[in-house]
Design a binder for this molecule. Structure first.
Ligand code: PEP
Length: 232
């Protein structure tokens, strides 16, 4: 089971450093080598112990005149080699198109990064039925090399993100089983995963891990979620 934490625009450099130390301390006796946190860009730092540090975003150049962005050079300073691409907040709030996302993907693939690639549908699409749902989800793979060996896909229905309402086991199975038939890829579920729901979600055969937002912000809480997900 893999555990990924998306801090979004939460935590500072100082609190992220404390968080990493605390999470390592809480997980001392736990066997799990797939824990990654994605802090804000200002809090990027080297991975430590069991906690891998990844980037929430990165532009598809090493450096250059791209105001407000960070690129490969800035990520390399901290030995970062894991990146989140295609998150629905980047797509919806920052208007990242599929074409733009595919450029980022191609660039970081070329650099050999581990890529956590997010897909997910809004409620209006979900309500239109299965055909519309899968048409929407498959369109999010346009321009994405799904044969890439360091690719992990995160299915995050937008209506479940930050709402406190996780998708049901049936909702998750519907999408995960279909994706697993199509692609042999590690598949995460994300969307209001909480300490109280992780056991149920971790039992789903087609779920290889979780991408967690709000329930990951407290190190002790995230450690509890990890332990429950591992059943220890
Ligand atoms: C996310 O945005 O990746 C996410 C899963 O958030 P939350 O757990 O808060 O729904």
């Amino acid at each position: 089971m893999r555990f990924y934490a998306n801090f979004k625009m939460h935590h500072t450099r100082a609190s992220t450093t404390e968080y990493i130390a605390k999470l390592n301390e809480e997980l001392t006796s736990i066997e799990c080598d797939d824990i990654t946190i994605f802090p804000p860009a200002t809090a990027l730092q080297k991975s430590l112990g069991k906690v891998v540090v990844g980037a929430q975003n990165g532009y598809f150049e090493a450096k250059g005149a791209y105001t407000g962005e960070i690129g490969l050079t800035q990520l390399e300073e901290f030995g970062i080699d894991t990146i989140l691409i295609g998150h629905s907040e980047r797509r919806e709030i920052f208007g990242e198109s599929q074409e733009f996302i595919a450029k980022k993907y191609a660039y970081y693939k070329e650099q050999g990064f581990h890529i956590v690639y997010c897909i997910g549908e809004p409620l209006t699409v979900r309500e239109q039925g299965e055909e519309a749902l899968f048409e929407y989800l498959y369109a999010q793979f346009e321009g994405i090399d799904i044969e890439y060996e360091k690719l992990t896909v995160a299915y995050e229905p937008i209506w479940a993100i930050g709402t406190g309402v996780s998708a049901t086991v049936e909702d998750i199975e519907l999408v995960h089983n279909r994706l697993k038939e199509k692609f042999a890829l590690p598949l995460l579920y994300g969307g209001s995963v909480k300490i109280d729901s992780i056991e149920q979600i971790a039992k789903i055969k087609s779920v290889d891990g979780v991408l967690v937002g709000s329930a990951s912000l407290d190190a002790k809480g995230f450690a509890t979620l990890i332990k429950r997900g591992l059943g220890v």
